[in-house]
Design a protein around this ligand. Structure first.
Ligand code: NDP
Ligand code: MG
Length: 393
């Protein structure tokens, strides 16, 4: 029996994870669940899965959750705050941690899971983007297992040999081909992007996701973050990572080998596939996803990304090349800008302008410690908020 903690249980990835777990009660038991503010949803999940512990963001949310659970006779222990998140991620009561909090808020608990040597199913790409080397070092030093949930990285993981040890050269890897749908604005006239609404930006053609990552997909910052994520997960320099636009999202990514072979993982776009893959690895379990019928898909298309249409993609490559705390600067500026866009405080194209200014007006340093990374994160957030306050609509 694998005992699971889900950080971010009420989100899109969290709900998909519970959907897969519910299909295999003989294999998995939920140890702990977390949410930030969606207390009713978390209470319903607790009633169904009966975890030992549940964590929310504030004392007030914890009180509401405890009251809801008491009404239903559910005996889950309720806690709140970052220390409690770290505790459910590192407890001896759990074997596997699904890291599915969105954004920098997920870093501390995901790192706690790494330091406790857990099996980590990593959806929270921002944590790895921010802390790169430090996170990978913690995984290695404490014997943790890191399995990618992001569909592209899970596809690459499946397309690499099982013995792969973060050395593309040793495995004969010529290129990692990261596929991207191009999001909702792949074909829209660039001049009209100034005025797109949050609702339009969140309407992804192929995937149902949380609002932040949906906006990231529309700007292609998501792919930029994924390039950095691939760099750390697979030990590949930026020059070996190529982004390929593939609007159907059927090929989830590929590995191109020196002998000319290209290995890909294909499937219907549904996150339950990579979740089931990582949960059961190296075995296979049923995920609830329909089998892919390529004759129904018919056509698979590919094109090169347009860096002028998607300046965020170029900014992410720039941050990866710059190294140190530059990716933390990029990530924090992006989180603040996306939130401002979702609140209709800035326009869509302001997102890339704010990030570019934060990156170019603020020095980055060495990512020598988590404290240094968090200081860069805080500094970038203040800088981004200042720029936004100066140009708010
Ligand atoms: P959602 O916005 O749907 O869910 C986010 C989860 O994190 C919710 O449970 C939310 O709680 C919780 N949360 C939000 N803010 C905080 C905070 N400050 N502290 C603690 N918990 C918090 O996001 P997704 O599920 O879409 O994405 C989660 C992660 O997975 C992201 O890093 C994303 O990039 C990555 N990912 C997602 C994919 C997808 O298909 N959705 C695909 C690949 C990667 P509450 O509900 O209470 O607000
Ligand atoms: Mg992805």
């Amino acid at each position: 029996m694998q005992r699971i903690t889900i950080l971010g249980a009420t989100g899109s990835i969290g709900v998909s994870t519970l959907d897969v777990l519910a299909r295999h009660p003989d294999k998995y038991r939920v140890y702990a669940l977390s949410a930030h503010s969606r207390v009713e949803e978390l209470a319903a999940q607790c009633a169904q899965f009966r975890p030992e512990r549940a964590v929310v963001g504030t004392a007030e949310a914890a009180q509401r959750l405890a009251a809801l659970l008491a009404e239903q006779g559910v005996r889950t222990e309720v806690e709140y705050g970052e220390a409690a998140l770290c505790a459910i991620a590192s407890s001896a009561g759990t074997d596997t941690v699904m890291a599915a909090i969105v954004g920098a808020a997920g870093l501390a608990p995901t790192l706690a899971a790494a330091r406790a040597g857990k099996k980590i199913l990593l959806a929270n790409k921002e944590a790895l983007v921010m802390s790169g080397q430090l996170f990978m070092d913690a995984v290695q030093a404490h014997g943790a297992t890191l399995l990618p949930i992001d569909s592209e990285h899970n596809a690459i993981f499946q397309s690499l040999p099982q013995s792969y040890a973060r050395s593309p050269k040793a495995a004969g890897v010529a290129k990692i081909l990261l596929t991207a749908s191009g999001g909702p604005f792949l074909k829209r006239a660039v001049e009209t992007l100034e005025n797109v609404t949050p609702a339009e930006a969140c309407k992804h053609p192929n995937w149902e996701m949380g609002r932040k990552i949906s906006v990231d997909s529309a700007t292609m910052m998501n792919k930029g973050l994924e390039v950095i994520e691939a760099h750390w997960l697979f030990g590949a320099p930026a020059s070996l990572i190529e982004v390929v636009i593939h609007p159907q999202s059927v090929i989830h990514s590929m590995v191109s080998y020196t002998d000319g072979s290209v290995i890909a993982e294909l499937g219907n776009p549904d996150m339950r596939t990579p979740i089931a893959n990582a949960l059961a690895f190296p075995e296979r379990i049923e995920s609830g996803v329909a089998q892919l019928d390529l004759t129904v898909v018919g056509t698979l298309q590919f094109e090169k990304p347009d860096f002028k249409r998607f300046p965020c993609l170029a900014l992410a490559f720039e941050a990866l090349e710059a190294g140190g705390t530059a990716p933390a600067l990029l990530n924090a500026a992006n989180e603040v800008a996306v939130e401002a866009f979702l609140d209709s405080r800035i326009g869509f194209r302001e997102i890339d302008r704010v990030i570019a200014r934060v990156m170019h007006e603020n020095p980055h340093g060495a990512a020598s410690s988590i404290d240094a990374v968090m200081a860069q994160d805080a500094h970038a957030r203040r800088a981004a908020a200042g720029i936004i306050a100066g140009q708010a609509r």
